[in-house]
Design a protein around this ligand. Structure first.
Ligand code: NAP
Length: 865
């Protein structure tokens, strides 16, 4: 389309890389909108149009680093190498632009200088450097994350240099002949690591100016042979399956949970294997705690250092190349081809500009604080004003004349990394605080464009003019993203992930570090709730969705679960459900060694049943300790005294109480009321026998988690009604109280996370069977004729739990009946979290509340009140 000096369309797309090309196609061909695109580059390709430096190559496999939305493109395009080089990716994107016929919507060689919102017309006006304007209701900023190069502003005198200066990302299209020249490369990030081995082969002499040594793992590139190419073309669906369910958005094998849980030989063998294989799998498929546990990370970091020392002959140079100031993977992991070997060449010299920084560039040299290096060519591989730089470069001014640069003066504030309050109808594709840095970009981009298109369609269908997020949603998102980031080791590096590579740029939360599956689940939750956190027109925004309210540590656990291809509980067979519940043991802290565990048994109504007693230090000698009879959860159909062993051991240690866990018969093999009959019998047995272990039968507390909470509540009622043991208290952790509960939380958190309302219903059905009445008080203790005279109650509920309200309602009913009751709701936590102590620090809050609640009761009894 010929450029008009003043045009008006439905949507403007800025950028013609993976994001912009797909966005134009999506909006034009699927939504039927008129679209114009702008790009400063001379053609399609985005980052691959600019980055033509020697050695430029993608380090995600070609088959994964490509569009997934078009069957035709997938079938027709054949990649020639495992990892594609820049010219091939550029050709691919040109092919896609032609295939989608989107070139004609773009105006190339156009620099956008301002993008301003008009709140009267509800439109954006984009102005380009040459004065052209274009207005549109919607703007898609698809400008990428690493495209505003630093260009050597930090090197005084660079403009005086009489030789040639090249920035890696602005490499001349005709190439540069470096034969016979003295070349200096500044920078050893992903770019430096690629460019250095290639330049070393051409230049007479290469000086590498390194400020921070970088970890690099072999790339393992190789050609894709014709039979494989044909196979790929036919089987791309299989090849790409699961990509979006894995941390990085590529279908890499899941890692073992912890590098510290295996012996050093096994660990080394695993690292060896992945090193030989090459690629990102060294990080993603080795051990799951490399980015969260510094000791685990050290094992990988030391392995890489060993390989560097093995490869580089000169020990001094090898030592200089060994990274020690940041954990492995906390800067964007680099992949290398002959990088470390290059330092064995006679024409290559490594200069440490950490100990002696560059202080001046002269007409002929780079001068550090301790020496001068004569050069003919300087190559800047010094990185980018990443993530926010390209957006701030577009001169955004939103509602009320507020500039984006001012709103983000202290760092980016976004919702989902795709929307900014005060900037209606603007979508930032893989923007700040999205999964950008840790999610295979073409797929991340498709997700964002799809999200933006769905949002635009929603606005258009509603007849409203705008969609816009708000500051509350931004705050919630910022808190979530920051919380997740701080659960990782990423803040330990001065990287572009942290905004720490550009002098003066605020160190802030720029990246969502929870991985692709978690990020996608959060966005899906927003969409499923009619764009929760966004206002459409003047309608108030639906509240922040549960996935965005999760405690960050819980979010990480949920993210890890999503990567395991686990079926939702409601779709599991009985065996799978039981296996899943037992699996929670992997998420728990070990039992403190001070706790002694006694295996025993009790006589239940049907059989002799195993039970376990946890004795805190000195229990038998102290005598007369309070006793907690703890019933495990598992929806009456799963769970065991093994699955709750660690929480119970910790409970005993932290409260200084004796904890007894009886097993009980599970449904459906032993349906209702078997579980309640067993647990009540166990309670009576404890009252009769616990003195033998130093327990005080006058100070017994019943406690349970989830279905165990229901069993505890029922046991308390039976003890009252059947002249059973006198109880000191009942502690109900997120109990399921009523099979037929019809509460707001069952609707709001119907899909979970962790447990869905359907899964809960399925478990109840398994327990009650076909004939048992849900209304029986043994099934639904809330329906008891009277709740008066029951022991004091503590109900701890979790905010993001479908079963939250029924537990809280029961607590309130107890209180109304005159039972001293405390109801505590833990924000951001989920059903089952009591069993996740190794990964969720806030699990400690449960036992703190229990201790706080029981303390006055136990001490009052102890002094005989
Ligand atoms: P980068 O990772 O930011 O690395 C820049 C390098 O320049 C670092 O070694 C940095 O040292 C050094 N540097 C910056 N300012 C300096 C100064 N004033 N004095 C001395 N040294 C200085 O940038 P990049 O290598 O261009 O990579 C950026 C991103 O682009 C990558 O992380 C990746 O996402 C993408 N990329 C991908 C590929 C690929 O797919 N294979 C290839 C290239 C780039 P410090 O570490 O001390 O700051």
């Amino acid at each position: 389309m010929p450029a008009e000096s003043n045009s008006s369309v439905d949507a403007i797309v800025i950028g013609a890389g993976f994001g912009g090309l797909y966005a134009v196609h999506k909006l034009r061909d699927e939504l039927g909108l008129t679209v114009r695109g702008f790009d400063l580059a001379g053609g399609p390709g985005g980052t691959w149009w600019w980055n033509r430096y020697p050695g430029a190559r993608c380090d995600i496999e070609s088959i994964h680093y490509s569009y997934s939305f078009s069957d035709e493109i997938q079938r027709e395009w054949e990649w020639s190498e495992r990892y594609p080089a820049q010219p091939e990716i550029l050709s691919y994107l040109e092919f896609c632009a032609d295939k989608l016929d989107v070139r004609k919507e773009f105006t190339f060689n156009k620099r956008v200088t301002s993008t301003v919102w008009d709140d009267t017309d509800k439109t954006w006006t984009v102005t380009t450097e040459d004065g052209e304007t274009c207005t549109a209701r919607f703007v898609i900023a698809a400008t990428g994350n690493v495209n505003i190069p630093k260009l050597g502003k930090e090197f005084p005198g660079l403009e005086e240099f009489a030789g040639e200066v090249y920035a890696s990302s602005r490499w001349p299209h005709e190439g540069v002949d470096l034969t016979g020249k003295r070349v200096g490369v500044i920078g050893t990030g992903s770019t430096g690591i690629q460019i250095i081995p290639v330049i070393a082969q051409q230049a007479a002499h290469l000086t590498v100016f390194q400020r921070t040594p970088n970890y690099a793992v072999p790339l393992g590139n190789k050609p894709v042979e014709p039979p494989q190419r044909r196979w790929n073309a036919e089987n791309w669906r299989e090849l790409r399956a699961h990509s979006r369910d894995r941390l990085l958005g590529a279908p890499y094998e899941n890692p073992e949970p912890s590098a510290l849980a295996v012996d050093p030989d096994e660990r080394r063998a695993r690292f060896d294997e992945l090193w030989r294989q090459g690629g990102f799998q060294f990080l993603t498929s080795s051990y799951g705690d490399l980015l969260t546990d510094e000791r685990a990370n050290d094992t990988a970091a030391e392995y890489v250092r060993e390989r560097i020392r093995e490869t580089v002959k000169d020990p001094k140079t090898a030592e200089l190349l060994c990274p020690t100031d940041h954990p492995y993977g906390t800067k964007r992991p680099a992949l290398e081809t002959d990088y470390f070997l290059t330092y064995n060449r006679d024409n290559v010299e490594l200069v440490d500009v950490r100990s002696a920084p560059i202080e001046q560039v002269t007409a002929t040299s780079v001068r550090t604080t301790d020496r001068e290096y004569e050069l003919d060519v300087i190559v800047l591989a010094t990185g980018f004003d990443a993530i926010t730089g390209s957006l701030l470069n577009l001169g955004f001014v939103g509602r009320d004349g507020v500039a984006l640069a001012d709103r983000w003066a202290d760092g980016p504030k976004t919702y989902l990394g795709i929307s900014v309050s005060g900037f209606p109808n603007l979508f930032t594709i893989t923007g700040p605080q999205s999964a950008v840095a840790l999610y295979n970009n073409p797929l991340a981009i498709e997700d964002h464009v799809d999200f933006a298109a769905a949002a635009i369609k929603r606005v258009l269908d509603s007849g409203a003019a705008t969609i816009e997020t708000n500051e509350e949603a931004e705050r919630a998102w910022g808190k979530e993203v920051e919380g997740i980031l701080n659960r990782t080791l990423l803040p330990k590096a001065n990287s572009w992930y942290m905004g720490a590579n550009v002098p003066g740029k605020p160190r802030a939360t720029y990246v969502f570090a929870g991985g692709a599956p978690l990020y996608r689940a959060m966005c899906a939750d927003v969409m499923a709730r009619d764009f929760a956190g966004f206002s459409i027109g003047d309608a108030p925004a639906p509240g922040i969705p549960p996935m965005v309210q999760l405690d960050p540590a819980v979010a990480m656990v949920v993210g890890a679960m999503l990567q395991q291809d686990m079926k939702p509980l409601e779709e599991c067979t009985l065996e799978e459900t039981r296996e899943a519940i037992e699996g929670f043991a992997l998420l728990q802290d070990p039992i403190p060694s001070s706790v002694r565990v006694v295996e025993t048994s009790y006589r239940g109504p049907a059989d002799e049943r195993p039970a376990r007693i946890y004795l805190p230090e000195g229990a038998e000698s102290t005598g007369s300790l309070p006793v907690i009879v703890y019933f495990h959860g598992g929806g009456f159909v799963a769970g065991s005294i093994d699955a709750c062993a660690r929480p119970c051991g910790n409970l005993a240690a932290e409260l200084g109480a004796i904890v007894v866990t009886p097993s009980y018969r599970l449904a459906p093999e032993a349906p209702f009321p078997a579980a309640t009959d067993d647990t009540y019998a166990a309670l009576c047995w404890v009252a009769d026998t616990i003195a033998e272990h130093g327990g005080d039968p006058a100070r017994i507390v019943v406690m349970g988690e989830s279905a165990g909470g229901q069993l505890a509540a029922v046991a308390a009622q039976r003890a009252r009604d059947e002249n059973g043991p006198e109880l000191l208290a009942q502690v109900l952790l997120y109990p399921t109280i009523d099979a037929e509960a019809d509460t707001a939380s069952r609707v709001e958190y119907a899909a979970g996370p962790v447990i869905s309302a359907d899964a809960a219903r399925g478990m109840w059905a398994g327990y009650l069977g076909e004939t048992s009445p849900a209304s029986s008080v043994l099934a639904s203790p809330a329906r008891a004729e009277s709740l008066a005279g029951l022991p004091p109650a503590l109900v701890v509920s979790c905010e993001c739990d479908p079963l939250r309200d029924e537990g809280e309602d029961y607590g309130r009913a107890l209180e109304a009946a005159g039972v001293p009751t405390r109801v505590v709701r833990l924000e951001g936590l989920v059903h089952g979290v009591y069993n996740m102590s190794a990964y969720v620090p806030r699990v400690a809050e449960f036992n703190r509340y229990v201790a706080e609640f029981l303390q006055p009761l136990t001490s009052r009894t102890a002094v005989g009140v």
